[in-house]
Design a binder for this molecule. Structure first.
Ligand code: ZN
Length: 311
């Protein structure tokens, strides 16, 4: 399904059963596609309960998630009105760079009460193929990964994908993220994992768009002496208004994103490159004010981080 963040769903086949890892954003029908691929009974298992992974749940009979109340109620209720607004904004953004005129985003996507839950270490037998659930909180409290030891595959959900990773939502935890990734890294090494399947892939839709390049990092051992700004040049498309706020068009933001930046919202990219300290937007409840959240996370977790970074 076209989506600004390039969601991926995976259909994992055993001999007796199939497991569908996530159901996307729910603006089109996934089940007919799944049934074209397999006749096996399908169980949906979601990697975590964010709206871009649970949208198609109601189309399926068996839907499982990690055993935590917040995820169970979110799946039952379906995406919130706020999440649907976010989805509409993101689809509007996507429409500036590709033709999605045949797609309508509904006002509401139905939820489905989970028919089963999973726990850390649980084995799921698909018939000749065993998957192990790894509980990996961090990105969200309901985040899990799936390990297929025999085939040396790891399904990572949103805990790991080729792009900047986020622990910026209300139920995110940076220390949990660190702990989960250590656990998985050890396990992946032990199992000699060869393939990692991630739930976002970040496509490139636009030719000839603004190019953002990441300068090579240089080791710095002393305070700099520069008198002019350095880093990613945003001036070709962002406008500094008279009131001191920065604005940009959706098309420019999309072009920026699709040329290798991480998110449609340019502020996120600034985090990734770590070069400038701009704040975009004026919400105080989301990651656009990332510096506040980063500082908060650092302060709250100073003990854990001190131990990690001073090893
Ligand atoms: Zn996601």
């Amino acid at each position: 399904m076209p989506y600004e963040q390039d969601d991926c769903c995976f259909l994992i086949l055993g001999k007796e059963k199939a497991l569908l890892w996530d159901t996307g954003i729910g603006i089109d029908h996934l089940r007919p596609l799944v049934e074209k691929i397999t006749d096996l009974p399908v169980t949906v298992l979601i990697s975590h309960d964010y709206f871009d992974h649970i949208g198609g749940n109601a189309e399926f009979d068996e839907v499982w998630c990690y055993d935590i109340d917040t995820a169970i109620s979110h799946l039952t209720d379906g995406p919130t009105a706020e999440e649907m607004e976010e989805l509409k904004t993101e689809m509007q953004l996507l429409s500036t760079v590709m033709d999605i005129s045949g797609i309508t985003v509904p006002d509401h996507i139905p939820g489905k009460a989970p028919t089963g839950t999973v726990k850390d270490g649980q084995l799921i037998d698909l018939g000749g193929r065993i998957l192990e659930v790894l509980y990996t909180p961090g990105h969200s409290t309901s985040s899990i990964m799936l390990l297929d030891s025999e085939n040396k595959l790891l399904f990572t959900g949103d805990m790991y994908y080729p792009g900047p990773l986020t622990a910026i939502d209300e139920d995110s935890s940076f220390p949990d993220y660190v702990a989960s990734m250590r656990k998985v890294a050890d396990r992946a090494a032990d199992e000699k994992i060869e393939w990692v399947y991630c739930s976002h892939k970040y496509g490139k839709y636009v030719e000839g768009a603004v190019t953002v390049t990441k300068p090579a990092a240089e080791k710095q051992t002393a305070n700099g002496t520069g008198e002019t700004a350095s880093g990613t040049d945003l001036t070709s498309w962002a406008t500094l208004n008279e009131d001191g706020k920065v604005s940009f068009s959706l098309a420019d933001a999309a072009a920026y994103r699709t040329k290798g930046a991480s998110k449609a919202t340019p502020g996120f990219d600034v985090i990734d490159y770590g070069q400038e300290d701009y704040v975009f937007g004026d919400s105080d409840s989301n990651a656009r004010h990332w510096s506040v959240w980063v500082l908060k996370a650092l302060q709250e977790n100073a003990d854990v981080l001190e131990a990690l970074f001073n090893q």
